[in-house]
Design a protein around this ligand. Sequence first.
Ligand SMILES: *Cc1c(COP(=O)(O)O)cnc(C)c1O
Length: 425
Amino acid sequence: MTDIFSEHHALAQDAADPLRRFRSEFLIPPHGDGELTYFVGNSLGLQPRGAAAAVQAAMDDWARLGVEGHFRGDPPWMHYHEHLRDGLAEVLGAEPIEVTAMNTLSVNLHLLMVSFYRPTPERPAILIEAGAFPSDRHVAESQVLHHGFDPATDLIELQGDEPGGTVSMEAIERCLAEHGHRIALVLWPGVQYRTGQAFDIAEITRLARARGCAVGFDLAHAAGNLHLQMHDSGADFAAWCNYKYMNGSPGAVAGAFVHARHAEAGLPRFAGWWGHDKHTRFQMGPEFVPSPGADGWQLSNPPILGMAPLRASLALFQAAGMPALRRKSEQLTGYLHALVGEHLADTLEILTPPDPARRGAQLSLRVRAGREAGRALFEHLSANGVLGDWREPDVIRISPAPLYNRFIDVLRFVTCVQAWRDTRG
Ligand SMILES: *Cc1c(COP(=O)(O)O)cnc(C)c1O
């Protein structure tokens, strides 16, 4: 049997990786004379080489054409977001009509909740996970308040019931059985940012809809990470940012998914002219006629410069394909899991579920020696060019991104932690 804890093994895995060519499509930040070992694609994805050219092309069209860029740009700005559609649909496992690029994530959650959170006195509540990303909690709480309900009773936060703070499907099912009749909306993560737990989106949707709840997903940590099947899941809506695994640039234009069954349903919404039917938008009439599908939720003419890098990134996702990316991701994170379990169990506790179906790329690693030692370990890693991220009080998140991370990167993280541990004696 080969020793997986060997450079030989890691390099052989990299040599056999069918996606290995994609790393050279990214700008890897330098560290000293070499490259940073970057495990923070769950926070800000790296820059695709094609991104700068895509931005420059838009700048050149602006310089060359002025306002005519709307019609004669390459591609014309008027339809720019439509060039993102097929790529986003592939990543989301959605039909093209179900996705659009617009705004930013928190904005999209609010806009979609205007349509899908329709509370009544009998059914006023929103269900989220306890310890949700602060913005998601703020969005949900302020929506409850906006409708005149009381977050103390009508913002239900489900506590994790498993070791490490993850949530079992049984706990979700029990919660829906008990409170489902009062829940207007289930707002759930595809992958929970703190624990790295991936959820069964189709099953949560099925359970929620069986109780008469609307159901939406925050896919911030799932888009470009899991092999999503959003159409088949039957979820009402989803929103995600495009700067994490999607590599779409800092603060990139975000995404929205609205299930096809709502495409022509004329749902209530906060409207803007860019959501108006594109065939008559420029007749500038007073009446709002929504575009079919997710496009009908757009408000404004979108920032071309905020979408250009995403075009370059989506081309890479389409070339690699989500099934192959997910396959590599499971191997890469599986490798990290095995090495940490075998060689660092005394130092790091893995909070993320061990079942590959219940996690994405990220492992959340609790430093057993506590916060002070954890900070020291994090500093040691950073000083040695291994970048993860730190979550208070004692967690380091490591996310090998299958488009650009390698098996040798994972091995490097593990040997770096080991060196730190061994010097502490
Ligand atoms: C990254 C992230 C956000 C960030 O929201 P923005 O509106 O893009 O600033 C929100 N929610 C979750 C779950 C995230 O992971």
